[in-house]
Design a protein around this ligand. Structure first.
Ligand SMILES: Cc1cc2nc3c(=O)[nH]c(=O)nc-3n(C[C@H](O)[C@H](O)[C@H](O)COP(=O)(O)OP(=O)(O)OC[C@H]3O[C@@H](n4cnc5c(N)ncnc54)[C@H](O)[C@@H]3O)c2cc1C
Ligand code: SF4
Length: 395
């Protein structure tokens, strides 16, 4: 990376020099001027400061990497006490598709304790090899330990691309791995493809969902991407287990940690909108918080989870864990009923893979009708009570 080098001996007036930076990135400590991470490399201090006080040092050209040395598409097995998170299976399906394009194999890395039986299950989902790091020291997910083990795997196996579920664990682990290898990571990809030259094409919404950014790491390996649960399709479970379990020794891996687990208090299990088969989603078509009770009644009648758009969360009407969309959750229910929702791209990005989308909106030109399979142009205050009455009458 290019960097800014400060020579304090060339600065005659330190306070005036610090003021040059519009981002407050220059600071003085123990008589020495330095630059913080807030630096935007705008070079104002270089141009306006005394000669030689700040120097911009260009990056040395990185030697070309040999891409053919990096082989295999790997999925990190996200799990809790050996119970595999379904995002892992979705990623195995995508990994197979990507690997087939370049003639690579699909691998997974499973880190934990007492996980050998659970590892077998992955062989029903098209994984060629499951690398299992099974050790009592790895019983609990401790970020630094899991990163170190994954680092060791990468050093020994040189995978081309690594897919990680964008779960709480994955969002923490993937950047740590990327940092250790000084490589790129694209978070929350919605589309993944593979170029002939093994560059992983990582596509995700950017600039508030207004464009789809296509990101590649042309001269870095491994390539890392996270993908949210329910974005990709899980493959069918094959009756026959194919592939191989590869037990990996942790000997020689430094499993020391400063983290001590004193107690584990499991969080109360709540139904999440991600796992719901049927969702009733509400938007700003509802005029008051109290009116949402009408949608809740409909949801309860049909066994649906209640969800919402972002403005309702911002207004404090509903909790953030009920928000669908780019900055909320991605859902893929069998049926979603959208009530009084305009269907902005940022909302639609979180639900447009649902099996059946039914929308009620008073504006016939509302964008929600572009993604809906069925729509009613009408007032939610009129339609929803009628729906409830019809359902109660068993119609
Ligand atoms: C970076 C970024 C991230 C974002 N992330 C998200 C996100 O994750 N999730 C999200 O939802 N939004 C997100 N947004 C906001 C998003 O752009 C929209 O503003 C939001 O989705 C609009 O919510 P809405 O449809 O409830 O409200 P509106 O856009 O105001 O739509 C209300 C709709 O209700 C209809 N209506 C009004 N009265 C009635 C009635 N009585 N009966 C029937 N229909 C009626 C109107 O015709 C209108 O179409 C994000 C924005 C940005 C910039
Ligand atoms: S390069 Fe720009 S942002 Fe960085 S320290 Fe100098 S003035 Fe500040």
């Amino acid at each position: 990376m290019p960097k800014l080098v400060i020579d304090t001996s060339k600065i005659t007036d330190v306070p005036a020099f610090l003021k040059l930076c519009p981002f407050g990135a220059l600071y003085e400590k123990d008589g020495k001027v330095d630059v913080s991470a807030a630096c935007k490399m705008c070079r104002i201090c270089v141009k306006k400061g005394p000669a030689g006080a700040a120097t911009f040092v260009e990056d040395e050209k990185k030697p070309e990497i040999n891409k053919s040395e990096w082989n295999g598409v790997v999925v990190y097995v996200d799990h809790e006490d050996g119970k595999i998170h379904p995002v892992t299976l979705e990623l195995l399906g995508k990994a197979r598709e990507l690997a087939d394009k370049i003639g690579h194999k699909v691998y997974s890395v499973f880190i934990g304790s007492g996980i050998k039986n659970a590892a077998e299950e992955l062989l029903h989902y098209g994984c060629d090899k499951v690398f299992v790091y099974d050790d009592p020291a790895l019983k609990h997910y401790i970020p630094e330990l899991y990163t170190t083990v994954f680092e060791s795997y990468i050093k020994s196996n040189k995978p081309c691309a690594i897919l990680v579920g964008a779960t709480t664990t994955g969002r923490e682990l993937a950047p740590r791995i990327a940092a250790r290898f000084k490589t790129g990571l694209t978070a929350d990809c919605t589309i993944l493809d593979m170029a002939e030259n093994t560059d992983l094409i990582q596509i995700r919404p950017a600039f508030g969902g207004n464009i789809m950014a296509q990101i590649v790491c042309p001269n870095n390996r491994p390539q890392l991407a996270t993908v949210r649960y329910k974005v990709m399709n899980a493959p069918e479970r094959s009756a026959e287990a194919k592939g191989e379990i590869v037990p990996c020794s942790v000997d020689g891996i430094d499993l020391s940690t400063t983290t001590k687990i004193l107690d584990i208090k499991p969080k109360e299990k709540v139904k999440t909108i991600e796992s719901a088969d049927v969702i009733v989603a509400v938007g700003r078509g509802f005029k008051t918080k109290e009116d949402i009770a009408m949608a809740k009644e409909l949801a309860d009648l049909i066994g649906a989870e209640l969800a919402c758009t972002r403005p309702l969360v911002e207004g404090g009407w509903m909790d953030a864990k009920h928000q669908i969309g780019l900055s909320g959750r991605t859902v893929r229910p069998k049926l979603i009923i959208c009530l009084g929702i305009s269907g902005a791209v940022q909302f639609a990005a979180g639900m447009n893979n649902s099996d059946v989308i039914f929308a009620v909106n008073s504006d016939e030109n509302a964008p929600i009708f572009k993604v809906a399979n069925y729509g009613v142009v009408g007032d939610v205050y009129d339609i929803v009570p009628k729906l409830i009455a019809n359902i109660k009458e068993g119609k």
